[in-house]
Design a protein around this ligand. Structure first.
Ligand code: CP
Length: 307
């Protein structure tokens, strides 16, 4: 009998110790990249995208190449996932690959994929979670502090979204004090279980006072106000306009950060002039490109661990 594979749906499903070990491995892999060459020789990762991507696609593919394996990019629209059920298509993928990374629109489809899979499934961002991003974020904070992220004060300003759910769950595992400034919040997309856990740990503050939240922070993080799926959708134009008006007072810019020593983070892609100014994104306090680069080592740690 074969053992059930371990999946990465979100960090909330992993033990805290496992999350700490994952972060430690990501740091180690980055410091000693050459040591891991060939570790995944002969292994194939299937990457399935139902939504657009730059970083997730590139970092997983580059990661597989550097580890000696191979990655296949499968566009949902060009595949027979459009014609068949997720479970049976995934059962087939498991026969020809060592793991599957999927960026799907609906969390329910991801869960169906897990049911059909006999190899590890990695969530490359669904409507509820973005665990790979959260690991890269914590790797960036750990590197910046040259220490464990425990005790770091992270302020997130933006919509309460999939990135936030994963930041909340990984913060609980790693002891990061998270402040959320989220004027846009759809309660159906909030993971109440993770939120309650972080609250119970005394590590979650929720406020709409961006100025004081920034003053207290070591790191200030923002993300798009409109999900990438809808950003250029004419049908979403009115909602985009409403969100932009609501969020503009919370834009990350030099004025909001005046008097703060916080480093600036963004998971990218950035919408300059909306959630962040170009000037701030390119300023000395920005660690945005380190954060994006760290997707590579975070993905490698995930792949090595799951195999
Ligand atoms: N942050 C992130 O997931 O980037 P991509 O959407 O470009 O993959």
């Amino acid at each position: 009998m074969t053992a059930e594979p371990k999946h990465l749906i979100d960090w909330k499903f992993w033990d805290d110790e496992e999350v700490r070990e994952m972060l430690a491995l990501a740091r180690h892999v980055k410091r000693r990249r050459w040591e891991f060459q060939g570790h995944l020789q002969g292994r194939t990762l299937v990457m399935l995208f139902q939504k657009t991507s730059t970083r997730t696609r590139v970092s997983f593919e580059a990661g597989m190449t550097e580890l000696g394996g191979h990655a296949i990019n499968l566009d949902w629209r060009a595949s027979n996932f459009t014609l068949a059920d997720v479970r049976s298509e995934t059962r087939y993928l498991s026969r020809n690959s060592a793991f599957i990374m999927a960026r799907l629109k609906d969390h329910s489809d991801l869960l169906e994929m897990v049911e059909g899979a006999t190899v590890p499934v990695i969530n490359g961002c669904c409507n509820l979670y973005h665990p790979c991003q959260a690991l890269a974020d914590m790797l960036t904070i750990a590197e910046d502090r040259d220490a464990d992220p425990r005790g770091a004060r992270l302020t997130y300003i933006g919509a309460y979204n999939n990135v936030v759910n994963s930041l909340v769950s990984i913060s609980a595992a790693l002891g990061v004090a998270l402040t959320l400034v989220c004027p846009i919040r759809d309660d159906t997309l909030v993971d109440d279980e993770s939120r309650s856990r972080l609250l119970d740990l005394g590590l979650l503050t929720e406020t709409l006072d961006a100025r004081s939240a920034v003053r207290e922070a070591d790191y200030v993080y923002t993300d798009t106000w409109v999900d990438m799926e809808y950003f250029n959708d004419p049908a979403f134009a009115e909602e985009k306009e409403r969100r932009s008006k609501l969020m503009m007072p919370h834009q990350l810019n030099a004025e909001l950060l005046a008097g703060s020593r916080a480093r600036v983070m963004h998971d990218m892609p950035m919408h300059l002039g909306y959630e962040i100014t170009g000037e701030l994104a390119e300023s000395e306090r920005s660690i945005i490109y380190d954060q994006a680069e760290n997707r590579l080592d975070a993905q490698k740690a995930i792949l090595l661990t799951l195999l």
